[in-house]
Design a binder for this molecule. Structure first.
Ligand code: SF4
Length: 394
C-alpha cells in the first residue's frame, strides 16, 4: 500500500522538555533535571510504541511529527532511537513526512547528523521574532544570530522542507517592526511559515502581567493591519496561504497538520500527547513522571495496550454528529475550505442539511461562501473565525 491508496495515518510524539519557560507559553513543558530524566522518558515512549504495534495493522504511517516542548533539546541520539523504534514497529509509507520541531539554540549540525540518515525531511524552527529585544520580551533564550546559525545548519544538513514559526502583535510592536521581521525571515528562504498572533493564555507570565495592567495587547486595528500585511507580503513572495495561520511554497504544506485539519487519524505517544484513532479522541496524562513509571513497571507485560486506562486523561468515542462537527470546525480553518463531496461521502448528508440556518446567515454576512464543491470562510472572516466556527459545534 502506498500513498494515494493507503488510508493516511499520522504519528505524533510529544517531548515535554524545554530549557526555560517562554513568557507566553501555556504548553506542557519543563526543564529536564538531568540526562537520566530524558533517557527514562525516551525509554517510556519506546515501550509505549512497542506496546501499540497492533494498532496500525494494514496501515502505513504517512507522517511522523516530533512536537513539544522542544524536541531538539533531547539531542540527536535519543531522537534517532525513537525514530528507529517507530520504523521497527510500524509500516512506513515511501514518502513519509518526518518533522522535528526545533529551537534555534539546539538546531545544530550534530543534531542533524543523527537524523538525516534516518529520513528526517522537515524541520519546524521556533524563531518568533527577528529582533533581539522582542525575543527577550518573549522570554526566548536565543538571539537573531542563533536563528541565522540554525537556518544554515538545517540547510547544510540537506533538509528539504524548512518551516519557521513567528509571532506578531507583541505588546508595543508596530506594523513596520513586524514587517521588518517578515522581511528578515524571507532572506532565510523558508519553505513554510506558521504565523500566530500573540494571545494572553491563562497560566502564562504574559497573562499575569496583563491582569495586573502591566502589559497591554496591541490595538485590534494594529492586529488586523499586521495580519493583512503578512498575507500581502507572503503572497508577493510566492507563498500559498493554505490555513488561517499557515503559508507554504507550492507542495510544502505541512502534511501532518493537514491530518488534524481534515480530521484524519493519528496515533500519539508521550505525556500530554493527543490523538484521534478509530473514532476515539484521546489524550495521555500530562504528568510525565507517572507516564514514565507506568512504562517502567509494565515493560515486560505482554498485554500492554495503547489505550491503557491508567495513562489516559481523555478517551471519547465520537459519535457521527460530533465527528461531523469537528470536520467543519477544523476544516474551515483551511483557506480552501471543507469539501462538501467528501463530507457527504463520510457522513451521508451535506453540511447544509444540518446547518442550513447558520450557513445562510453567514453567507448573507459575507463570512462564508461556496466555491465549487468547497464551503469556506471569506477573507473577512479569517480573523474572526471563532465567531463563525462555534455555530458548527451543535
Ligand atoms: S520553547 Fe516552545 S514549548 Fe517551550 S516554553 Fe517556549 S514556547 Fe513553550
Amino acid at each position: 500500500m502506498r500513498e494515494g491508496c493507503a488510508v493516511k495515518l499520522g504519528l505524533y510524539i510529544h517531548i515535554p522538555f524545554c530549557r526555560s519557560k517562554c513568557s507566553y507559553c501555556a504548553f506542557v513543558s519543563a526543564a529536564p533535571r538531568d540526562d537520566q530524566e530524558m533517557d527514562r522518558y525516551v525509554n517510556a515512549v519506546m515501550t509505549h510504541i512497542r506496546a501499540s504495534s497492533n494498532m496500525a495493522r494494514n496501515r502505513e504511517l504517512s507522517t511522523i511529527f516530533f512536537g513539544g516542548g522542544t524536541p531538539s533539546l533531547i539531542g540527536g541520539k535519543r531522537l534517532a532511537l525513537l525514530l528507529e523504534c517507530i520504523f521497527e514497529t510500524f509500516s512506513i509509507a515511501d514518502n513519509v513526512e518526518i518533522t522535528l520541531e526545533a529551537n534555534p539554540e539546539s538546531a545544530t549540525a550534530e543534531l542533524f547528523q543523527h537524523l538525516t540518515p534516518l529520513g528526517l525531511n522537515r524541520v519546524s524552527l521556533g524563531v518568533q521574532s527577528m529582533h533581539d529585544e522582542e525575543l527577550k520580551q518573549l522570554g526566548r533564550i536565543h538571539s537573531v544570530a542563533t536563528v541565522e546559525r540554525a537556518a544554515s545548519a538545517i540547510r547544510e544538513a540537506g533538509i528539504p522542507n524548512v518551516s519557521m514559526d513567528l509571532i506578531f502583535a507583541l505588546p508595543g510592536q508596530t506594523v513596520r517592526r513586524w514587517e521588518d521581521t517578515l522581511q528578515k525571515i524571507l532572506r532565510l528562504t523558508p519553505d513554510h511559515l506558521s504565523v500566530y498572533g500573540l494571545s494572553f493564555e491563562e497560566g502564562t507570565l504574559f497573562h499575569r502581567l496583563n491582569q495586573k495592567g502591566r502589559l497591554e495587547p496591541v490595538l485590534d486595528e494594529t492586529y488586523v493591519r499586521m495580519y493583512n500585511r503578512t498575507r500581502d507580503l507572503l503572497t508577493t513572495y510566492g507563498f500559498w496561504h493554505y490555513e488561517i495561520s499557515n503559508w507554504s511554497r507550492p507542495d510544502r504544506e505541512c502534511r501532518h497538520n493537514l491530518i488534524y485539519w481534515n480530521q484524519d487519524e493519528y496515533l500519539a505517544f508521550g505525556a500530554a500527547a493527543h490523538g484521534l484513532f478509530d473514532g476515539i479522541r484521546h489524550a495521555f496524562i500530562s504528568e510525565k513522571e507517572t507516564y514514565v513509571r507506568f512504562h517502567e513497571q509494565h515493560q515486560k507485560q505482554r498485554d500492554r495496550l495503547y489505550f491503557n486506562p491508567e495513562l489516559l486523561a481523555e478517551y471519547k468515542r465520537l459519535d457521527v454528529e460530533e465527528m461531523a462537527s469537528d470536520v467543519m470546525i477544523y476544516g474551515l480553518r483551511l483557506i480552501k475550505g471543507v469539501s462538501i463531496d467528501r463530507f457527504i461521502n463520510r457522513f451521508g448528508y451535506s453540511p447544509r442539511d444540518r446547518w442550513q440556518e447558520a450557513i445562510d446567515k453567514f453567507e448573507r454576512q459575507n463570512l462564508l461562501e461556496q466555491k465549487e464543491e468547497y464551503l469556506r470562510l471569506t477573507p473577512q472572516a479569517l480573523l474572526i473565525s471563532n465567531e463563525v466556527l462555534q455555530y458548527f459545534l451543535d
